[in-house]
Design a binder for this molecule. Structure first.
Ligand code: V47
Length: 383
């Protein structure tokens, strides 16, 4: 037996290792065990087996741009430092007009941006036409880029102000320029956490219903999990199993994105920041439980480029992108981490880790491939 396999056995992960090698699905007890063992190297080894089976040594990145079109939000989530409450008089609230959003895009003229990521607060004053005009204006400013916009929470709000069912609204958003949806708003699928931290927001069941409608409309999306606040290990495992179940049903998810909670300037500012150890584990456990997800993203802006680079051996096969202007956790002049990596820097991070950089678009279409060393294949069907 190889030393690493002995280590996996010593960590109590022998049975999970056999399941991973044979391509069998992991269950709730396996998930708990992966969270409980202190031996992160053993967990990472297993996650890397799953990662290499799906993506070989390929690591995806995208030339992208984030636009947060309004910070006005009536959901008042305790974990959020981004929002300005409607009618608050502190002067922080803003709304970008479609023209202003297009001007943001125009700042990047000459850069071959492939994905424009747009999410924002739930601003009750915005009418349906605003969202259509926003998409049209941004698309017109950069027809060659795909727009990945609106979390499930925003989509529920858009349907509300449109006074039409999502089934009618989604094709109209698509026609206006929407290509895909980001994974935000999922937080942690637990009634307890929902009640405690984001009570005013669409509940967990609602998130699933919107995601189902999105996938039925032929729009692909991501799924996130916000960790590092008040959630328990059991709640995280349940979260992952819920999104795995929905993926079995719809097949519409592209990527799982664990989001590290940044407590600064929030109502939970007394909590510590997540550690590199915790960040790597979330990526690894996500990779292992979500056997029907093609990709797992290390969102470097939250976990630092250094930890994101290491995560390429702990289950991640996507480093997101050049991400300029990330405001969700960038407030009051305290940028969470670096706000911008050049393509050259991303490619160097990937190559130094011994992985093959692949430039992608918002739908994981390959823009530029860099000689992958091993063959990759699609995720297996659910067993
Ligand atoms: O839903 C809010 C999270 C999300 C904080 O799909 C926070 O590729 C950390 O959806 N600390 C919005 N996170 C961002 C989002 C996203 C980001 C990157 C990639 C993708 C993707 C999607 O940001 C929210 C919430 O879960 N968030 N506050 C905070 N203090």
């Amino acid at each position: 037996m190889r030393a690493i396999e002995q280590q996996v056995d010593r960590a109590g992960l022998g049975e999970i290792c056999a399941k991973v090698r044979e391509g069998h699905r992991l269950d709730c007890a396996d998930g708990l065990r992966l969270y409980q063992t202190p031996d992160l190297t053993a967990v990472g080894f297993l996650a890397n087996l799953a990662r290499e089976r799906l993506s070989a040594d390929r690591t995806f990145y995208v030339r992208n741009l984030h636009i947060n079109y309004t910070n006005v939000c009536n959901k008042l989530c305790k974990f959020c430092s981004f929002y300005a409450a409607p009618n608050s008089r502190d002067g922080r609230g803003y709304v970008l007009s479609p023209k202003e959003a297009a001007a943001r895009v125009a700042r990047y003229d000459g850069e071959p941006i492939r994905e424009i990521h747009m999410v924002a607060g739930i601003n009750p004053k915005l009418p349906y036409t605003y969202y259509l005009d926003l998409l049209r204006a941004v698309k017109a400013a950069r027809p060659g880029a795909q727009i990945k916009a609106f979390t499930m929470i925003e989509l529920a709000q858009i349907a509300r102000v449109a006074k039409k069912p999502l089934e009618e609204v989604l094709p109209e958003l698509k026609a206006a320029g929407l290509t895909a949806c980001p994974g935000g708003g999922a937080e942690v699928f637990s009634e307890r956490v929902h009640e405690e931290l984001f009570r005013a927001k669409l509940d967990n069941q609602g998130w699933f219903e919107v995601a189902r409608a999105v996938h039925a409309a032929g729009i692909r999306s991501n799924a996130t999990m916000l960790y590092g606040h008040i959630e328990t290990v059991e709640e995280k495992v349940q979260h992952l199993l819920h999104i795995r179940e929905l993926q079995d049903e719809t097949g519409g998810f592209m990527c799982f994105v664990p989001l590290a909670f940044d407590p600064r300037n929030t109502e939970l500012a007394h909590l510590p920041e997540t550690t590199g150890y915790a960040n790597l584990r979330e990526i690894a456990v996500g990779r292992l439980l979500l056997d029907n997800f093609a990709h797992v993203k290390a969102f470097w802006i939250m976990i630092t480029p250094a930890v994101a680079q290491a995560s390429l051996w702990y289950g991640a096969d996507d480093l997101d992108g050049t991400v300029s202007h990330y405001e969700i956790t960038h407030v009051l002049g305290t940028p969470s981490h670096r706000q911008l990596l050049s393509v050259q820097q991303l490619v160097e991070l990937i190559a130094e880790a011994g992985r093959a950089p692949v430039e992608r678009d918002a739908l994981y279409g390959v823009v530029r491939d860099r000689e992958p060393r091993v063959e990759s294949r699609e995720p297996r069907a659910a067993s």
